[in-house]
Design a protein around this ligand. Structure first.
Ligand SMILES: Cc1cc2nc3c(=O)[nH]c(=O)nc-3n(C[C@H](O)[C@H](O)[C@H](O)COP(=O)(O)OP(=O)(O)OC[C@H]3O[C@@H](n4cnc5c(N)ncnc54)[C@H](O)[C@@H]3O)c2cc1C
Length: 476
């Protein structure tokens, strides 16, 4: 058998790449097995005819200074600070996001405003007399914002993203997304300018040629001594006595077997368990089959004018609008488009195989331009080109009861002493880049230091993830 890497890493997204970088710093050998033809996973940057785009808007935000230093060392001056400007669409108008309460009060219209205030007052009174049971995301959003504002601001958009009613979405999602961010807090901030109220960041860091630059920079550094098998997939993971003993992989032109000391996987957990040989017990496979990921279709349009809007991205919650968000890559960095031109990345949320998933590029383009034209953003004769990209395993779905299924799968995987499962698809956790990077770093440290870091603690501060200041604490 040829020389074996100490660690085999499945999936070269942010979590896998961070693990690779950390291992590289300690001269521990590794090889990557990655399905795509480039690294970066959901945070890769793609190129279409001289234009660059991320897969949807990618704002980097973390409270962990270690991560900023980690990236700065890789990118230097290419790591730029961007002033955030983002809005959402409601009732035919655009509103600043995060919310500017004064703007909402003035633009919302008197009837909606009366309804919003009454609903909110009702919820506040109810919380004193008979508090709502917090069974779902819907309960949580209504209790904190009142029905009218919750619908405009959260419920409609959340249902678009997840494809299930908010009453079926676990309260976990609210804990992660909006804990500590009720209407009272927003009002307090606007009216009293209170310092102790959680703030939403208005600046973020960005690599000047797309977020994928971070992962391309890691690849460039580590590939001198470590191998990347791109367009390759694992086909079987063999185990004995609670240890992974070997992994079969299929590359573009051959098959290969590795016998690494450690296996790190960031490929979808639901796919990973199916590769195990001998196969997992039936209850594990059944639990895994109940865990679902939401997919997305992206329409990338290149545009023959310098600008569409000042926003990095705009949310579109109303259900009659088929897409959920648009992002203008030029407003992240001017290097994303050729001079004098711009582009838009349009996100459609869907299930793999449904009507949107199967929709043609022409249909999605027509629908998109119809709505953007209404807003005065774009007409069809300004569109230079359109490209379609379909992506599976984008959002792990936190439906009510998902935790039980997840626990069954995790208990099974936890028995393997030389296995770490990390990242958004690999751990079935809705992580952003920061928490995926942290998981990768900690998984590598577990190997380097022969110490068990608890990856479930990453990001478990359970507070609204937009709060706070950039990189205050050095977590490691
Ligand atoms: C629309 C959108 C907007 C986002 N916005 C932000 C943002 O503003 N800020 C932010 O920080 N984050 C954002 N994110 C999240 C960010 O992209 C993810 O957190 C990050 O990419 C997760 O990294 P990961 O390594 O955990 O998983 P992934 O990026 O999913 O990486 C997993 C890797 O495994 C590979 N793989 C899968 N199956 C196999 C297989 N069978 N064999 C081999 N390889 C396989 C995949 O190709 C991929 O490269 C956004 C994501 C999306 C989709």
């Amino acid at each position: 058998m040829t020389a074996q890497p100490t660690v085999l890493i499945l999936g070269a997204g942010p979590s896998g790449m961070a693990a690779g970088m950390e291992l590289y710093k300690k001269n521990i050998s590794f090889e990557f097995v990655e399905k795509n033809n480039q690294v970066g996973g959901l945070a890769r940057t793609m190129e279409f005819g001289g234009f660059k785009t991320d897969i949807g808007p990618h704002r980097f935000f973390s409270k962990n200074q270690y991560l900023y230093t980690f990236i700065e060392e890789l990118l230097g001056e290419k790591w730029i600070l961007v002033n955030r400007f983002t809005r959402f669409y409601a009732n035919g108008k655009l509103f600043k996001y995060p919310n500017d309460i004064m703007e909402v009060l003035t633009k919302f219209g008197p009837i909606n405003l009366i309804r919003a205030v009454t609903d909110y007052g009702f919820e506040k009174a109810r919380s004193k007399i008979a508090p709502r049971k917090m069974n779902s995301f819907e309960d949580y959003a209504i209790a904190n914002f009142g029905k009218t504002l919750a619908e405009v601001n959260m419920i409609n958009y959340t249902e678009k993203v997840w494809g299930i009613p908010c009453k079926d979405i676990s309260v976990d999602w609210a804990q992660q997304r909006i804990k500590g961010l009720g209407l009272t807090a927003i009002l307090k901030k606007a009216l009293l300018k209170s310092k102790d109220v959680k703030t939403l960041v208005d600046q973020f860091y960005y690599p000047d040629e797309g977020t994928g630059l971070i992962y391309e920079a890691i690849k460039k550094k580590v590939e001198k001594t470590n191998t990347f098998h791109l367009e390759s997939v694992p086909t079987a993971v063999h185990h004995e006595n609670n240890k992974i003993v070997s992994v079969d992989i299929k590359t573009k032109d051959k098959t290969k077997t590795f016998a690494p000391e450690h296996l790190l996987t960031s490929i979808p957990m639901t796919e990973f368990v199916k590769l195990m040989s001998p196969a997992p017990p039936r209850d594990v496979l059944e639990a895994a089959s109940r865990l679902r990921y939401r997919s997305q279709v992206y329409l990338f349009i290149t545009i023959n004018k310098p600008s569409v809007s000042p926003d990095q991205w705009i949310y579109f919650p109303p259900k009659e609008i088929p897409f959920g968000r648009i992002a203008e890559m030029n407003n992240f960095s001017k290097k994303m488009s050729p001079p004098g031109k711009t582009s838009l990345m349009i996100e459609f949320f869907c299930w793999e195989g449904d009507e949107i998933w199967n929709a043609s590029k022409e249909k999605l383009l027509q629908d998109t331009v119809f709505w953007l034209n209404k807003l005065g953003f774009l007409s069809m004769n300004e569109v230079e080109n359109a490209y379609l990209h379909r992506q599976t395993n984008v959002y792990p779905v936190y439906n009510i009861g998902y935790e039980k299924n997840l626990d069954v799968v995790k208990n099974y995987l936890n028995q393997f002493t030389n296995l770490e499962y990390i990242g958004r698809p690999g751990r079935f956790r809705y992580t952003n880049q920061d928490h995926s990077l942290e998981m990768g770093i900690l998984a590598a440290r577990s190997i380097i230091e022969k110490k068990d870091y608890d990856l479930d603690k990453v990001g478990s501060e359970n507070e609204y993830f937009e709060k706070g200041t950039i990189g205050k604490q050095n977590v490691y």
